[in-house]
Design a protein around this ligand. Sequence first.
Ligand SMILES: [Zn+2]
Length: 58
Amino acid sequence: MAKSISCSDAGKDCGWSATAESEEDLMKQVKEHVLANHTEIELNEENITGIKSLIKEV
Ligand SMILES: [Zn+2]
């Protein structure tokens, strides 16, 4: 099973989504995307936990 996440699931007006084989890989892509596009989101422990709760198995 792959892991998937999309910005729209987080309530963002953004069409980005990503799929990866592991949560670790997926979170790496998420962090790169957030740093480049959502500078208002601080990548602190609380927000990372929130982001992880949006990950779906696909
Ligand atoms: Zn986005």
